[in-house]
Design a protein around this ligand. Structure first.
Ligand SMILES: [Fe+2]
Length: 292
């Protein structure tokens, strides 16, 4: 009898929804056919399609999980206007390729990359309908964001060398770490969210779990600290274009598929409910239910 009554209840809609894209990685260069099938030019059409699709939905925001471009700072001038067409605000995450933006000068200009992405700061948070969405910069310490010869580059190289000696599989030049100041900020965001009764999702370019060669450099140090916060529900990232998933304690760690790979698109909607986040995948992206 009870079951019958329950079945008669009308299904309830989500509290709110948002759009997810990872690794658009646009550039006006020939396709890669060697170690991956990357269609750099095609990303422009793929992103235009996604903008139209998202604009027909009621979304609180869209997140792009980094690597808006593959290379050359002028690529931003082609791809950013497509993000600009989206009705919902777009949260941009900094990816490693966003700094392959030499524009022929051979120099990385960190401030120029942030300006092109419309970012005042490399990491930030946004509160939406009682949830806190935290964007981190996983390239902050490393050799990605800084020109060779700078003291930041030397510090990043030293960290990489230490991790290579320690045999860490993710000790790769295309990964970085969150610096101490950013980690302190992240912890204070989680504390504040906990006190305010907010649920939290972290958006990052690089992954943190399961163990993978594409993980941020300080994955092992950071993960247990993050997992102490029961209000932190998901860590969502790009970077590894093949996608991935793992659950560390209660924390869902989701790697989204890269848009740039293959002729097929990849993007998703996320529907936030009281007890779950429903990820509705399109193209190569998978659908998943994250139980809270
Ligand atoms: Fe990447």
């Amino acid at each position: 009898m009870k079951d019958t009554q329950r079945n008669r209840q009308a299904p309830t809609g989500p509290l709110f929804s948002f759009g997810i894209i990872a690794d658009c990685q646009y550039a006006d260069i020939p396709d890669m056919t060697t170690f991956a099938d990357r269609r750099f030019r095609l990303s422009l059409q793929k992103l235009r399609h996604v903008a139209e699709f998202f604009n027909a939905k009621d979304l609180q925001f869209v997140v792009h999980l980094g690597d808006a471009i593959d290379q050359d700072i002028s690529s931003f001038d082609t791809i950013m206007p497509v993000f600009g067409r989206m009705r919902a605000p777009v949260l941009h995450v900094l990816g490693n390729h966003d700094f392959s933006a030499t524009g022929g000068t051979g120099q990385i200009d960190r401030h120029e990359v942030l300006r092109k992405l419309g970012l005042d700061h490399p990491y930030y948070s946004s509160i939406v309908m009682g949830w806190r969405f935290i964007v981190v910069d996983g390239n902050e310490v490393g050799v990605i964001e800084y020109p060779e010869g700078s003291k930041e580059y030397a510090k990043g190289k030293a960290l990489l060398e230490t991790l290579i000696r320690a045999g860490r599989v993710n000790a790769q030049t295309w990964n970085g770490a969150l610096g101490q100041e950013q980690v302190d900020w992240l912890m204070s965001e989680l504390e504040e969210a906990e006190k305010s009764g907010q649920q939290v999702v972290i958006f990052s370019h690089q992954s943190i779990y399961p163990k993978h060669r594409e993980n941020i450099l300080n994955d092992e140090e950071l993960l247990p600290r993050l997992a102490r916060y029961k209000n932190l529900k998901a860590f969502i990232n790009g970077h590894n274009h093949d996608g991935n998933y793992g659950q560390y304690g209660h924390l869902h760690c989701v790697t989204m598929h890269g848009m740039v790979d293959t002729a097929e698109n990849a993007y998703a909607l996320a529907h936030v409910h009281d007890d779950r986040i429903e990820i509705e995948g399109y193209g190569r992206e998978l659908s998943r239910t994250l139980r809270l």
